[in-house]
Design a protein around this ligand. Structure first.
Ligand code: HEM
Length: 483
């Protein structure tokens, strides 16, 4: 199969025997995001690149116009995901990422009302409380500068937010340094590459060997909490502005505010557990990673930080020193900083879809022939590589929020900003994520200046040893009290 793409007149990256193009990732010599960038740049002028996940031919779609056509207009050919879908797992197999076809469609429309602005606004106080605890903890140390490892500390904050917003459980992992929720979060979010790719590429074999993508103990831990919470809330008629409550409303068919409407899909308690699990994973890892890179860039780019700080001071003055939903929404430069961080360091560097019906890509450029993507072939979305392509973002390694200013944002080519994916299967939690990250940044910058310390590295380089986006040696910066 190593010439599958060449035989179809598709430029391909030459694969290694059996491991295909994943060999360096498997051997921990290369970060997955760096590999995707290399694949993207292998034939700079082509719209796609044929690659191999072990022996499985996979097509990397590089042209934003073509990508939009495939995953938005011709969505019915590319509805499902291939990677990261433990379909055989009774709990994880039920979550929105893993569901396919009609089952996905029904669940997505059932869950969507839980992510509207008005529902998110209700969770604002829960998130703010966690941010305030975070700030207090470091303030209480009473030092001029406190050195912190961002990923570790933001994981604690993200853990507390998702525990309270999704599970209805109040944690304080900032103070309580050893915490079971936090331990479970780490166990579930750090996935070895061989499991990540192996369970998708050889599901039967991995199943027989008893190797699962996620540790079953972690699933059981969360299942017990969710089941118990549902029971207590049903018995005692407790209402709280969080995800479990919204999902219980979805189960009762009253989530979109119209009690007469039947639920779009019958939801069982196990489905609620499945969704909460994926919310936890995304809320814990993606958010802490994204915040880590945002804060790190602000420490390296003091001019940008000064500008956001000035905007925050101004916003607070206009709002009697209160941080609320409307105040945060009014901070335009902060939004530009967030967008630039998502462009330069998307927490999820790549995405995928599975072709579920044969699909023709008609020839367009000189030298191209029509190609047929066969049912069962995965396609990859090179999220970070498109975002670093100088064709779309000049001087791409520069952290420059001005790309997203009113004057410049119209120049951005549609389909090039993919940090939250694109089309009907785009991230359902993007607004939740942005709100949480902004709440943290506003609270943090209001109190501290983010500065470089001895361990701060001037050049950000992703570790080759981890599938997650992290730097070897950690993400160290200093929190310097403003007064
Ligand atoms: C900075 C934080 C986050 C990033 C960068 C991120 C990124 C993504 C990406 C790239 C996808 C795939 C989209 C596609 O294939 O088109 C996705 C899907 C998804 N995300 Fe997020 N995400 C984040 C936070 C969250 C949060 C906080 C939640 C839940 C509370 C969440 C829930 C989901 C779900 C359920 C899906 C699957 C959607 C579907 O298949 O219909 N994400 N996310």
């Amino acid at each position: 199969k190593q010439n599958y793409w060449r035989d179809r007149n598709v430029p391909q990256m030459n694969p290694a025997f059996l491991f295909g193009n994943l060999i360096n990732v498997m051997l921990k010599k290369e970060n997955f995001q760096t590999l995707l960038n290399r694949m993207y740049n292998n034939h700079p002028n082509s719209r796609y690149e044929g690659v191999y996940q072990a022996i499985l031919p996979t097509l990397l779609i590089k042209d934003p116009e073509l990508l939009k056509q495939m995953i938005v207009k011709d969505f019915d050919h590319f509805m499902d995901h291939h990677l990261f879908v433990p379909r055989r797992d009774p709990l994880w197999g039920r979550n929105l990422v893993a569901l396919n076809g009609k089952a996905w469609q029904d669940m997505r429309s059932t869950l969507s009302p839980a992510f509207t602005s008005s529902k998110l606004k209700c969770m604002f106080p829960l998130m703010s409380e966690c941010a305030e605890k975070f700030i207090d903890y470091f303030l209480k140390m009473n030092k001029t500068v406190v050195s912190i490892e961002l990923k570790e500390e933001f994981s604690r904050f993200a853990n507390d937010v998702i525990a309270t917003c999704a599970f209805g459980v109040s944690c304080n992992t900032i103070e309580e340094r050893t915490n079971i929720f936090m331990e479970m979060g780490k166990r579930v979010s750090v996935l070895p590459s061989f499991k990540f790719f192996g369970t998708a590429l050889f599901p039967g074999l991995f199943h027989k060997l008893g190797i699962t993508l996620f540790d079953p103990e972690v699933g059981d831990f969360f299942k017990n909490i969710v089941m118990e919470t549902i029971k207590v809330r049903e018995e005692q008629r407790i209402e709280r502005p969080d995800m479990i409550h919204l999902l219980m409303q979805a189960k009762a068919g009253i989530l979109d505010g119209d009690g007469d409407k039947p639920p779009k899909t019958a939801i069982k308690n196990e489905d609620i557990v499945g969704q909460v699990l994926i919310f936890f994973l995304a809320g814990f890892d993606s958010i802490s990673t994204q915040m880590t890179f945002s804060a790190y860039e602000l420490a390296l780019n003091q001019d940008v930080q000064d500008k956001v700080f000035a905007e925050i001071v101004d916003g607070l003055e206009r709002n009697d020193q209160k941080i609320d939903y409307e105040m945060i929404q009014s901070l335009k430069y902060l939004d530009m900083v967030m967008m630039e961080s998502l462009r330069k360091w998307p927490a999820t560097g790549g995405g995928d879809r599975l072709c579920v019906k044969d699909y023709k890509i008609p020839a367009k450029l000189p030298g191209e022939k029509d190609i047929i993507i066969e049912k069962g072939t995965p396609i990859w979305l090179p999220i970070s590589a498109i975002n670093r392509d100088p064709k779309y973002f000049p001087d791409p390694d520069r952290f420059d929020p001005e790309r997203f200013s009113e004057a410049n944002k119209d120049k951005i080519v549609a389909g090039t900003l993919l940090a939250f994916g694109f089309g009907p299967r785009a991230c359902i939690g993007s607004r939740f994520a942005i709100m949480e990250m902004k709440i943290m940044l506003v609270n943090l910058l209001k109190t501290f200046k983010l500065v470089k310390v001895d361990k701060t590295q001037d050049v950000i380089k992703l570790s080759s040893k981890s599938l997650n986006n992290v730097m070897d040696g950690g993400h160290w910066i200093g929190l310097q009290r403003r007064n």
